[in-house]
Design a protein around this ligand. Structure first.
Ligand SMILES: O=c1[nH]cnc2c1ncn2[C@H]1C[C@H](O)[C@@H](CO)O1
Ligand SMILES: [Zn+2]
Length: 372
């Protein structure tokens, strides 16, 4: 229903009411600080760097604010450390679904690396069972609260390790039970995606989609490999694609002189989705500041840009907060935010009919109220 008084002003409460889609969010990067503390107590994890909720929240944010992906990733030791039992995994997954729903996310693909949760003796399949059970519980709780959400899982393999083929097989084994795709993550420099060709080949052989963290801490060659050798369906971050665009300055407002190199042209022509994560990109030093983030350059050149959180705990953020930062930095209105949201829904690894239903029945009507 249209808003008779015109567009709703864009602020955090209004953004929370907008139906949002999240494609790039790490389960082990989104714990509530209070949950980290309680799980450490319950599971006997003794290495936490702070003992109170505000101190711990500040520690994660400040430690992640390092300007280096490698240092940023060190903070995960403490979240992964408390996620080693079925009960802990299920609780974190349930709370993740509840927190995203409370923020107005209507569809989310949440990723994590099962191989990092075996220290307590669980098998890879037991880890999947606990996490997917937790998501289902969270979905049910959110529905009961009147904030329905669909949560699916992306299964990540760590790029410095050597289990990617096994993790790809795990993904396919769980694909009809909530796992919709595969990913590789971790330190990028020195670990090119082509180290994992057999995993990607397995996914393609099983007609199963995957995304690759590429073009975050390392440049264009990583994006080229992800596309040309690995055949990924989406790019995790992909923000360094800007290195293949000349004749423009990110942060400017006129991009009419832009010239696309071969890789950038391929990404745009093939409508390869970019899972952009603005706050995370600033924290890891992938971009110097929000004002210099190439999000707007890429959006204006009509790349298929999507807005994502990456790690809500480390960036102290939410989907609504990421959107607000973009609005404040680039002056976006509701119809821009709707376009980014529909970009994301079109790019989801959910069956086509289900994507269409969410666009027509949830996203468009939800934005119509706000657009007025
Ligand atoms: O932004 C990221 N780049 C590369 N790897 C990442 C990023 N955020 C989280 N990870 C890693 C750390 C987690 O333990 C792992 C699985 O979620 O993925
Ligand atoms: Zn990520």
């Amino acid at each position: 229903m249209a808003n008779p008084t015109g567009p709703t002003p864009i602020d955090l409460p209004a953004l929370r009411r907008a139906p949002k889609v999240l494609l790039h969010d790490h389960l082990d990067g989104g714990l509530r600080p209070a949950t980290v503390l309680e799980l450490a107590e319950e599971t006997g994890y003794a290495n936490l760097p702070a003992g109170t909720e505000p101190e711990l929240a500040a520690w994660f944010r400040d430690a992640a604010d390092s300007g280096s992906l490698v240092k940023y990733l060190e903070t995960f030791e403490h979240t992964v450390g408390v996620m080693q039992t079925p009960a802990a995994l299920a609780r974190v997954a349930r709370e993740c679904a509840e927190d995203l729903a409370a923020d107005g996310v209507v569809y989310a693909e949440v990723r994590f690396a099962p191989e990092q949760h075996l220290e307590g003796g669980l098998s890879l399949d037991e880890v999947m069972e606990a996490v997917l059970g937790g998501f289902a519980e969270g979905e049910a709780a959110a529905r009961a609260e009147g904030r329905p959400i669909v949560v699916r899982c992306l299964v990540t393999a760590m790029r410095h390790a050597a289990r990617s083929r096994e993790i790809a097989e795990l993904t396919v084994r769980w694909r009809d039970r909530g796992a919709v795709g595969f990913d590789i993550a971790g330190a990028e420099a020195g670990f090119p995606p082509s180290r994992h060709l057999d995993a990607f080949e397995y996914m393609r052989d099983h007609s199963a989609p995957f995304t690759i963290h590429a073009g975050e801490a390392f440049g264009l060659p990583s994006i080229h490999e992800a596309l040309a050798f690995c055949g990924c369906d989406r790019l995790g971050h992909g923000v360094r694609i800007v290195d293949d665009i000349t004749g423009v300055t990110p942060g400017a407002s006129d991009f009419s002189g832009a010239q696309l190199g071969r890789v950038a042209a391929r990404v745009r022509d093939a409508r390869i989705p970019l899972e952009l994560c603005p706050s995370s990109n600033v924290q890891t030093g992938a971009v110097a500041s929000m004002a210099e983030h190439p999000f707007d350059l890429l959006a204006q050149l009509r790349f298929r840009v999507t807005v994502n959180t990456d790690n809500r705990l480390m960036s102290d953020t939410t989907m609504s907060a990421e959107m607000l930062k973009l609005v404040d930095t680039f002056g976006y209105g509701w119809s821009d935010l709707q376009r980014f949201t529909i970009n994301a829904m079109k790019s989801a690894f959910l069956p086509f009919d289900e994507r269409l239903a969410l666009i027509d029945d949830v996203i468009k009507p939800g934005f119509a109220v706000l657009i007025g």
